[in-house]
Structure formats: structure tokens, C-alpha cells
Design a protein around this ligand. Structure first.
Ligand code: PEP
Ligand code: MN
Length: 342
């Protein structure tokens, strides 16, 4: 349910309504909007809960949330959420760009990439230190050594760090070195991991599972939000279809669809979404045209010799050209792609 407070309701009235929610055995999340405050009420609903809340002082109305996801729903919050983590912001009018290699390979590789992507306009640095690989024989990442290299990249450029966490026991370690925790496509329905990242003070980039429906994707986000972490971004990275000309099929209709259903920012990954370097820039431009709030793009100093995903990585020059084209489209649509100022 959503408890909508009267415009100008007092803090004491909000507190009293929150207490009432607790007394009913439900959980309250207060969302302060520009026009009014609403209280998201989640939990298994009891009889007469709606009526008991309707009569609280300062309450304007109590409405059911029809979507299966509650906290993520647009019904709860009509304004878009802007997620900020250090140098990076995405949502509302702001478009954020996360760029960097698939895997962290060396300090030199990550620092060189951080400088190049920042100069081209990226606002966050990506790089996997814990890699979820299809084959156990593939490069698994440099683990904590890789996280330390990312921290050097941040120290040198000021760029926020986005890096994947693949298991609950690594959450504290990865959070220590990063600004945004990436939950990868393979872990979208790892509910204990979703709860764990919901309990740390870091933004989360949640990637869509390659065969997850939109409702499953949004319910996965709901797990994180329900733990009290409001800084969740949804990443469309392509789904598995019968088609083989691309690694995955990148459905850009996800952007306007998700904007209709949720207030959370939507990030597009044209690298995994296509699996081919030559397709990445056009799909990045198309993502901005479709209204995406951000991009996550694989960029490598020497894609041909990358430890992972080189075939879908851009070199520095191609990334710069892509960013220049994206910025033109963003400006034409009254969105801003800010440069990292730190
Ligand atoms: C990645 O970002 O390198 C990655 C493994 O992505 P995904 O989880 O979308 O496959
Ligand atoms: Mn990759």
C-alpha cells in the first residue's frame, strides 16, 4: 500500500503514521517527494490495515500498489530517482557513463584506461576483479589485487568504481574498494546476494538475467530496495533468443518500458548486448535516443589481447567517437552527459 500524506503534513504526523504501520505488523519506508511525502507499506497485509491508516492524522489517502514490486514501482514514486555514487550520477536529466575493461588485468592497464575514458567523458570506471565465467578454465579475475588496482585508478582520476561482486561472502571486501556494486546477469536471481548488497552503503548496478522477464528483473531490484538500499540501477544487457548474429539480443524497448513501470534509472550495456565491437557505438547512441539514463561500455587499451571480452571492447579512439555522438543526441533531447569534474 501507499500512504499518501497531505501536502504540508508535519513530521510528527508522518512519525505517527509510521508507528501505526509498525503496530499493524507491516514495514514502512518513508519517501519524501518534492510535493508530498508518501509511505510505502510492505509486508503481508492484515484485514483493516487500510482503514486503520486512513484515519491517521495528516493522511490524505491509502492506495494499493498494483504492481508485484512495490518499492520499485512508479505508482510509489512518480519522479525519477537519480542515483549518485562519487563522480557518477544517473537518472532524471543526467546520463552517466561507466567505461573500462571487462577484467582488471594490471595496474597500468586500469590507470591508463581510467585516464582515457575520463578524458572522453566517462563518469565512472568499470573493471571486473571477481569474474563470473562460463568456463571454470577461463580467467577468473585478480580478486583483491584487482580491487586494489581499481582503487589506484580512482585515486589517479577521481572516477567512481563499478565492479562486480559474485558471492555474499565477498560483499564487504568489494564494498571496501568500490562505489557501485555490480550484480551480474548470472546472479540476478541469487536472492541472498541481493539481500546482502541491500544491506551495504553502496549503490548497486543490477544486470538483467539473460532469460529473466521484466517482472522478475523488477522483483530482483525489490529485494535490494526492501533491505533499505534505495540506490539501485537497472541494467539491460541483452537476453537470450534464437538469434545468433549477436551474442545476446539487446531490447531497447526495455528503456521506455522500465521508465513506465519504475522510477529507478535504466542503464544500457551495448557491449554484452551485442558481443561485437563494431555494433557497440551505434547501439549506445540508440540507447541514449531511447531515453537511457546511462551506459556501461567495455573499453580496453588493446582489445585484441584482452583477458576477457576483447571482441566486444572498444579501444580509446572508438570510445571517444562514441561519446561525442552520444552527447549530441543527449543534448538534442535536453539530457546532460556531464564530464567528471573531480
Ligand atoms: C561484465 O560486466 O563483464 C559481465 C560479466 O556482465 P554480465 O553479468 O551482464 O554478463
Ligand atoms: Mn565482460
Amino acid at each position: 500500500m501507499i500512504v499518501v500524506m497531505e501536502p504540508g503534513s508535519t513530521q510528527a504526523q508522518v512519525d505517527a503514521a509510521v508507528k501505526k504501520v509498525g503496530d499493524l505488523g507491516l514495514r514502512a519506508n518513508v519517501i519524501v517527494g518534492t510535493e508530498r511525502t508518501v509511505i510505502a507499506v510492505v509486508g503481508e497485509e492484515r484485514e483493516h490495515a487500510k482503514e486503520s491508516l486512513e484515519v491517521c492524522d495528516g493522511v490524505s489517502s491509502v492506495m494499493p500498489i498494483l504492481a508485484p514490486y512495490k518499492m520499485a514501482s512508479r505508482e510509489l514514486r512518480s519522479e525519477p530517482t537519480c542515483v549518485t555514487a562519487g563522480s557518477f550520477s544517473a537518472g532524471g536529466s543526467i546520463i552517466g557513463t561507466i567505461a573500462g575493461p571487462c577484467s582488471v588485468e594490471s595496474e597500468n592497464q586500469i590507470v591508463e584506461t581510467a585516464k582515457a575514458v575520463k578524458a572522453a567523458g566517462a563518469t565512472a570506471l568499470r573493471g571486473g576483479a571477481f569474474k563470473p565465467r562460463t568456463s571454470p578454465y577461463s580467467f577468473q579475475g585478480l580478486k583483491e589485487e584487482g580491487l586494489k588496482m581499481l582503487a589506484v585508478g580512482r585515486a589517479e582520476t577521481g572516477l567512481a568504481i563499478v565492479t562486480e561482486v559474485v558471492s555474499t561472502e565477498d560483499v564487504a571486501l568489494v564494498a571496501k574498494y568500490s562505489d557501485v556494486l555490480q550484480v551480474g546477469a548470472r546472479n540476478m536471481q541469487n536472492y541472498r546476494l541481493l539481500e546482502a548488497v541491500g544491506n551495504v552503503d553502496r549503490a548497486v548496478l543490477l544486470k538483467r538475467g539473460p532469460s529473466a522477464t521484466m517482472d522478475e528483473f523488477l522483483l530482483a531490484a525489490e529485494y535490494i530496495l526492501n533491505e533499505g538500499n534505495p540506490n539501485v540501477m537497472l541494467c539491460e544487457r541483452g537476453i537470450r533468443t534464437f538469434e545468433t548474429h549477436t551474442r545476446f539480443t539487446l531490447p531497447l524497448a526495455s528503456v521506455p518500458y522500465l521508465h513506465r513501470k519504475t522510477h529507478l534509472p535504466v542503464i544500457i550495456d551495448p557491449s554484452h548486448g551485442t558481443g561485437h565491437t563494431y555494433l557497440v557505438p551505434d547501439m549506445a547512441v540508440a540507447a541514449i535516443a531511447a531515453g537511457a539514463d546511462g551506459l556501461i561500455v567495455e573499453v580496453h587499451p588493446d582489445p585484441q589481447n584482452a583477458a576477457s571480452d576483447g571482441y566486444q571492447s572498444l579501444d580509446f579512439a572508438a570510445f571517444k567517437l562514441m561519446m561525442d555522438r552520444c552527447r549530441k543526441v543527449a543534448n538534442a533531447l535536453d539530457r546532460t552527459m556531464p564530464m567528471a569534474t573531480v
